[in-house]
Design a protein. Structure first.
Length: 366
């Protein structure tokens, strides 16, 4: 019989402390040890690293996993803090049928959305739904590129990630986007930054190419014409429409389904780069500033409420979604090591793209 099964609860905790202290002694000098309350209490080791944080994690992860724990490194005032968190991340199971089902459903709802944007009366002309196909394929291409950017960067860093989950809805654009699921913890801020920025950057490049393509071929689908309030512009869409179609800047985006879907791809890129919560911009901000990014997230939500009052009421919805999904950010296993100078330079490029793509008033209602 396993000895742990016949120990009293306090003895089990004492045994775990002793075993973990033995595991850490060559990489972490422990000054004091406390226990965090909970059903499965975490053990907190205060002290200092004897090696760099990434090397320490490489050594500690298999040792802690054998005892049913996961190591995390943080700062606590002047001390460094090693936390033994109960539990070990599992592999997870890929349900390919579910991913394919969601892709097909989202293709259907975005095709429906494209037809409705063109003013098709599907009750009178069911075949008119085919007009929505170019819009659907363009939007799905942008969303897929975005999620695959996250997916392949995660794989590059050996993070366990799922295939994209698309979210179909029978209104608006036909989708609320897509997401991938992290099935293992992010190891450090460098990985968090890379996985966070890869999605919007790949999606942006694809959306930009399709926007230019749609503007150049704006007369290819003359039967497509959206109804509703005129669209607002970002700096980027204003620059491109004035450069490529200077005589038609007011209506050109709504005359071609490819340009229109790419416009929404640009819009979503700008929103995704907001430095708050679970958005990609929130991941990037945490990678840059750590816990100091929280005031920036709060300021972002406040700014969205102000934009909702001044420009577009849809910002109230986005502010609410960011708030409800949480302003706090999951902590990487190594929250001690800051990102390097090269990634700070990339972050400046990300900021430029945010400024170019953000649209304060997507729908000009007055």
């Amino acid at each position: 019989m396993d000895q742990a099964l016949i120990l009293a609860p306090n003895d089990v905790a004492a045994s775990a402390r002793f075993e973990l202290l033995t595991d850490v002694r060559d990489v972490f000098a422990v000054d004091r040890l406390t226990t965090q309350n909970g059903k499965q209490p975490a053990l907190l080791f205060y002290g200092r690293l004897l090696t760099d944080a990434d090397t320490a994690l490489d050594l500690l992860e298999p040792r802690f996993a054998a005892r049913g724990f996961t190591p995390m490194l943080q700062r606590s005032g002047e001390d460094q803090l090693l936390i033994a968190v109960p539990g070990v991340a599992g592999q997870g199971r890929t349900r390919l049928w579910l991913h394919l089902l969601l892709v097909l459903a989202t293709l259907g709802t975005t095709t429906l959305a494209g037809a409705m944007l063109a003013g098709v009366n599907l009750a009178r002309d069911p075949a008119g739904i085919l007009i929505g196909i170019p819009f659907s394929l363009t939007l799905m291409t942008i969303l897929t590129a975005h999620e695959l950017g996250h997916y392949f960067m995660g794989k590059w860093h050996r993070v366990q990630v799922s295939l994209p989950y698309f979210i179909p809805v029978p209104f608006s654009l036909g989708t609320f986007g897509a997401f991938i699921q992290m099935r293992s913890p992010i190891r450090n801020r460098r990985e968090l930054f890379d996985v966070g920025f890869a999605g919007p950057m790949v999606g942006f490049v694809v959306a930009l190419a399709l926007l230019i393509f749609g503007l150049v071929l704006s007369d290819a689908l003359r039967g497509f014409r959206t109804f509703g309030p005129p669209l607002g512009n970002s700096l980027l869409t204003s620059l491109l429409t004035n450069l490529l179609r200077p005589q038609e800047t007011a209506t050109i985006l709504s005359r071609n389904p490819i340009a229109l879907a790419a416009y929404f791809g640009i819009l979503l890129t700008g929103i995704n780069l907001l430095p708050a919560g679970q958005l990609d911009g929130g991941h990037i901000a945490y990678a840059l500033f750590g816990r100091s990014a929280r005031p920036l997230a709060v300021a972002t939500v406040v700014a969205l409420f102000v934009l909702g009052v001044l420009y577009w009421q849809g910002w109230f919805l986005w502010a609410g979604l960011i708030f409800l999904t949480g302003l706090r950010h999951a902590t990487p296993l190594n929250d001690v090591t800051p990102i390097d100078r090269d990634r700070w330079l990339i972050a400046l490029g990300v900021l430029v793209i945010f400024v170019l793509t953000f649209i304060p008033q997507p729908l000009r209602t007055f």
